[in-house]
Design a binder for this molecule. Structure first.
Ligand code: SF4
Ligand code: SF4
Length: 310
């Protein structure tokens, strides 16, 4: 199985739109992939892929939550005293744990003299499988309000996608933004990381940090520059970063308001109807697919898919 991960160091850089476009482009080439929406906090990949009603739901257990058995509680207050997160209050002589404040450290259970605090599975959300218009399926997650995305959840979304794809399949992962544990869980073990680099000061700096993580995880990385051409200075900074990191930039996607309108309609960048930018997206997708060994290095349109910034 092959895994292509689309990531960016920051949110709003276009990674979800590019991941969806890559799925649609592959679909157009007759290559079926499973999409994994690992950006669980803002799971929008399904909108662009026109996902249908989920056909599979599984409970996601985030670990052990704690609850108090009222009948065994003496109201001694030891648990409230030890809780560093002020998650425990006493009412009518019985301790109560606020699940939104509890960090599940377990200290309250350790100090309770009567064993009134017990562990219960923390139902934190669901793992879903949905049909999509472009590709084989979408593996995604839904969190219970108040729950955080975690590396464990991202890993389980990826595992769900891998199970659907099978040993000879292809998975395209939309990674969470940032460089924290969820992002690392999305990247590690991938065959190819596509860094969506937004041509702006923060986009380039965050892409550099993401590349540091990719190097630690030993994942080969390439870049696609988004919103190219808006600022010569930012384009030069992107070029400098690519040169310093020996990073191949496989595409330059210009800013186009039609992309936003396509996203708002629930489509990919390829649905934008803006010929020039659509061609740039197609070329970038072809170059990524070629780098992943999915298609020949020259796209059907005759474009040279792999290139560096001019
Ligand atoms: S430590 Fe145990 S017995 Fe004491 S208040 Fe907390 S839950 Fe109740
Ligand atoms: S598990 Fe930790 S954070 Fe949660 S209520 Fe107990 S002591 Fe507080």
């Amino acid at each position: 199985m092959k895994t292509i991960v689309v990531a960016s160091g920051k949110g709003g850089a276009g990674k979800t739109s590019f991941a969806a476009s890559l799925m649609a482009w592959l679909h157009g080439q007759g290559i079926q992939a499973v999409a994994a929406d690992a950006d669980v906090d803002a799971a929008n990949l399904g909108l662009a892929l026109k996902a249908g009603v989920p056909v599979e739901r599984r409970t996601y257990i985030a670990g052990d939550a704690r609850e108090v058995r009222a009948e065994a509680c003496t109201g001694c207050g030891s648990c409230a005293a030890v809780c560093r997160f002020d998650a425990i209050s006493l009412a009518a002589g019985v301790a109560r744990i606020d699940p939104f404040s509890c960090e599940r450290c377990g200290a309250c259970a350790d100090v309770c003299p009567t064993g009134a605090v017990r562990s219960v599975p923390a139902h934190a959300g669901e793992l879903l499988r949905s049909p999509v218009a472009y590709g084989e399926a979408l593996a995604h997650g839904e969190l219970v309000p108040g729950e955080d995305a975690s590396g464990k959840l991202v890993r389980q979304v990826r595992e769900s996608a891998a199970r659907i794809a099978g040993p000879a399949g292809l998975v395209v992962v939309d990674a969470p933004p940032g460089i924290g544990c969820p992002a690392m869980a999305a990247i590690s073990g991938a065959d190819l990381l596509v860094v969506l680099m937004e041509a702006g000061a923060s986009g380039i700096r965050d892409a550099a940090r993401l590349l540091d993580n990719a190097a630690i995880a030993k994942v080969p990385a390439v870049a696609v520059l988004n919103k190219a051409g808006l600022s010569p200075e930012r384009d030069r900074e992107a070029r400098d970063l690519a040169r310093d990191r020996a990073l191949d930039v496989l595409g330059r996607i210009p800013f186009d308001a039609a992309f936003r309108r396509a996203a708002e309609r629930g489509g990919t960048w390829l649905d934008s109807g803006s010929p020039g930018p659509v061609e740039a997206v197609s070329e970038a997708c072809a170059a990524v697919a070629a780098r992943a060994g999915l298609v020949p290095a020259i796209s059907a349109a005759g474009a040279t898919p792999e290139r560096t910034l001019p």
